[in-house]
Write a protein that binds this ligand. Structure first.
Ligand code: UDP
Length: 490
């Protein structure tokens, strides 16, 4: 007999961090819950709401109970430029303290929304620690969403606890990150600023994040058990919290419309891109994109262009120049785009990444190692060239190259403090070499391709009925329904 819990419709309020790399997977998760009969409302600021509203309206027209709730971002109140709405609008490191201040100011509108919507649960990004306090004021359980891998969080935790980098004299000397399931080595150069500089100004204070994690109901991670089983177990143990891995959440986007309406508006018509890819041989094209935030200097763009030309490989390259150089011309060598006609497609600012990665003509992905990009690349069965820029991207590079063994390093050694590196980090020879190794017919590239395809099969299986991510979500929804109908069980 069906229980009361089976029939009760719960309502979850989703609160993503204000960066596309966080909003995109959060919206995918809200859609996943809505597809299982949960009412979901996603809190967004006006501009991002305008980018995502088409796809959410479409889901609603197909019968899902999914909504957007727009809130104003307190930019001017925090002395940020008018119209500033997301981390993508940062133009310098000096703005970070103001951004942190504005983020803290979001607690009040969140509380008003909880009062108005009376949700049963709140799913807020790990970088919004105040959501725990706001939720507890109204007796609503809060979940934390982590947008990075278990591996990366285990590395982070080990670095925080054991400080293995202390006492290492050379920045290039490798040290072991202790207590992990595999022998993982790093250098001081690869470390995030927070380990090198106590005064580094993070967007959100680490202690508050830790405290909020400690008090939350449970943690949701965009990963899947078959990808990193030992790290998921390790993570759950040290956190002492319930953890649900429900990814890769990008696989929720099944048709081309879903794949195109995922984030900002695409700079080139998607039909043009698909026709261009259709004209290429299977696995012959390298897709190059460095996430939603990072930008390169003109000097670096010139090196990439020369490396690509020398490699002779077909490519799609999402080009973004650092903001202060943006006013100048394209940033590409004279005549490059003409010479590359038919061989290479340049897309400025924003590309439909999922659509491109899933096309059979794509055989490699040069990535900055953002976690969403890595999951999307491996779900498509594509091996990678890793070019981390900052934050935990260096951890992800190690995971891809040393643990999964589906990637080749371009050879960047040093983590940056800022998402727009001004220096040249990789020379044309290194770029051409990495591209030829990955895209060529040699055994090394072939083996990586085979492993990436195996991971893609696992990724697609895990989100289907019977798969671990699918069943984790089923179990979580059942638990939420039960805990809602049994007051005091949270
Ligand atoms: N993305 C995209 N087109 C672009 C750049 C990024 O669709 O031109 C998407 C990408 O598919 C991913 C997200 O934006 O889902 C970026 O997240 P990631 O974690 O890879 O990197 P971040 O932007 O957070 O550094």
């Amino acid at each position: 007999m069906d229980s009361e819990a089976d029939h009760h419709q719960i309502h979850i309020l989703f609160f993503p961090f204000i960066a596309y790399g966080h909003m995109i997977p959060t919206i995918d998760i809200a859609k996943l819950f809505a597809a299982r009969g949960v009412k979901t409302t996603v809190i967004l600021t006006p501009l991002s709401a305008s980018f995502f509203s088409k796809s959410i309206d479409r889901e609603r027209s197909l019968g899902l109970d999914i909504h957007i709730q727009v809130i104003k971002f307190p930019a001017v109140e925090a002395r940020l430029p008018e119209g500033f709405e997301s981390v993508n609008d940062l133009t310098s490191l000096d703005m970070v303290p103001n951004l942190s201040q504005a983020i803290k100011m979001l607690q009040e509108p969140l509380e008003l929304l909880i009062e108005e919507h009376k949700p049963d649960f709140i799913f807020a990004d790990v970088l919004l620690p105040f959501a725990t306090e706001a939720a507890s004021k109204y007796g609503v359980p809060r979940f934390v969403f982590h947008g990075t891998s278990f591996f990366s969080q285990c590395v982070d935790q080990s670095l925080i606890c054991h400080k293995p980098y202390e006492g290492i004299t050379s920045d290039r000397e490798a040290f072991v990150v202790p207590g992990l399931p595999d022998k993982i080595e790093m250098t001081r150069l690869q470390l995030h600023d927070k380990f090198k500089d106590e005064d580094a100004s993070p967007t959100v204070a680490r202690e508050q994040v830790r405290e909020a994690e400690g008090k939350c109901y449970g943690i949701l991670v965009n990963s899947f058990f078959e990808l990193e089983p030992a790290y998921e177990i390790h993570y759950e143990k040290f956190m002492g919290k319930r953890v649900w891995s429900i990814g890769p959440v990008s696989l929720r986007n099944r048709d081309n419309v879903d794949k195109v309406q995922r984030g900002k508006k695409t700079a080139i018509n998607e039909h043009f891109i698909l026709n261009w890819l259709d004209s290429k041989k299977p696995q012959s094209v390298l897709y190059m994109c460095f996430g939603s935030l990072s930008r390169f200097s003109k000097a670096q763009l010139l090196e990439i262009a020369a490396g690509l030309e020398d490699s002779g490989t077909s490519f799609i390259w999402v080009v973004r120049a650092i903001k202060k150089e943006e006013e100048e011309e394209s940033g590409l060598p004279t005549g490059f785009e003409d010479r590359m006609k038919g061989k290479g497609l340049i897309i400025r600012e924003w590309a439909p990444q999922l659509l491109i990665l899933d096309h059979p003509a794509v055989g490699g992905f040069m990535t900055h190692c953002g976690w969403n990009s890595i999951l999307e690349g491996l779900s498509a069965g594509v091996p990678m060239i890793t070019w981390p820029i900052f934050a935990e991207q260096f951890h992800n590079e190690i995971f891809v190259t040393q643990v999964l063994k589906i990637g080749i390093r371009v050879g960047v050694e040093k983590s940056n403090s800022w998402m727009e590196p001004e220096d040249v980090e990789a020379r044309k020879e290194e770029i051409a070499n990495a591209v030829s190794r990955l895209m060529g017919d040699e055994e090394e590239g072939q083996n990586m391709r085979t492993r990436a395809k195996e991971l893609s099969k696992k990724a697609r299986k895990t989100v289907k009925e019977g798969g671990s991510s699918y069943e984790n979500l089923t179990a979580l929804i059942q638990e939420l329904k039960r805990s809602h109908t049994q007051p005091g069980s949270n």
